[in-house]
Design a protein around this ligand. Structure first.
Ligand SMILES: N[C@@H](CCC(=O)N[C@@H](CS)C(=O)NCC(=O)O)C(=O)O
Length: 206
């Protein structure tokens, strides 16, 4: 048995598929349509969200950040993250959690604004606040990238790929704001990476 990724073009599955592809590891891809995921899917994804990763042991996990971290851990030769005992590891974990637990949810609040208020007339206000929070988080990343090419100790990691994905979900223009020149530079570099270019044929992240 191998790994199975439940995904959908344009979703957080991009980062997970990218991690496997960059590691040169095979996986089975299952496309989950957006409309009404069935009971079988809800059994492995209680919120009905993609991505889901089913492991060779048969267990399934949600949370894209956990998945890409796991891929980096299981295939260390691909050098997708600093080794577990290295001094850069805490910084890698910090960025993976910041991106997946601060920035990603801020984007979700914008795109699913109706879930974040019981007042049907308040969705615009939720979006406005969500956009401000997205920008506040991206500004943290932008500052951290000053004078360095990559997020973690200036060495490429899968956190950079995760950032590439989130930056192109920015609600204004589907790309990072132009003034975030460090984020734009990082993204431009990754958009030349042949494995990511190939994957983007399906996902159309940029
Ligand atoms: N915390 C989850 C969020 C996953 C998520 O929100 N996925 C979106 C697509 S990018 C989704 O399936 N949305 C459908 C929904 O929430 O109904 C993760 O990091 O994997």
């Amino acid at each position: 048995m191998t790994y199975t990724i439940y995904s959908r073009p344009g979703s957080g599955g991009f980062a997970v598929e990218a991690a496997f592809n960059l590691a040169g590891q095979p996986f089975t891809l299952v496309n989950v349509p957006k409309e009404a995921p069935g009971d079988d899917f809800r059994a492995i994804s209680p919120l009905g969200q993609v991505p889901v990763l089913t492991l060779p042991c048969g267990r399934s996990i949600t949370e894209s950040g956990a998945m890409v971290t796991l891929v980096a851990e299981r295939f260390p030769e691909a050098e997708l993250a600093p080794p577990q005992d290295s001094s850069s590891r805490p910084e890698f974990l910090r960025w993976m959690f910041f991106l997946s637990s601060a920035l990603y949810p801020a984007l979700l609040r914008y795109f699913y604004a109706e879930r974040y208020t019981s007042d049907p007339t308040a969705t615009e206000a939720v979006q406005e606040a969500a956009l401000a929070e997205c920008d506040r988080c991206f500004a943290v990343v932008e500052d951290a990238l000053e004078g360095q090419e990559w997020l973690v100790d200036d060495r490429f990691s899968v956190a950079d790929v995760y950032l590439l994905m989130l930056a192109h979900w920015h609600p204004v223009g589907d790309r990072p704001r132009e003034e975030w020149s460090n984020i734009v530079r990082l993204c431009d570099a990754l958009k030349q990476q042949p494995v990511l270019v190939e994957l983007n044929q399906t996902h159309r992240i940029w």
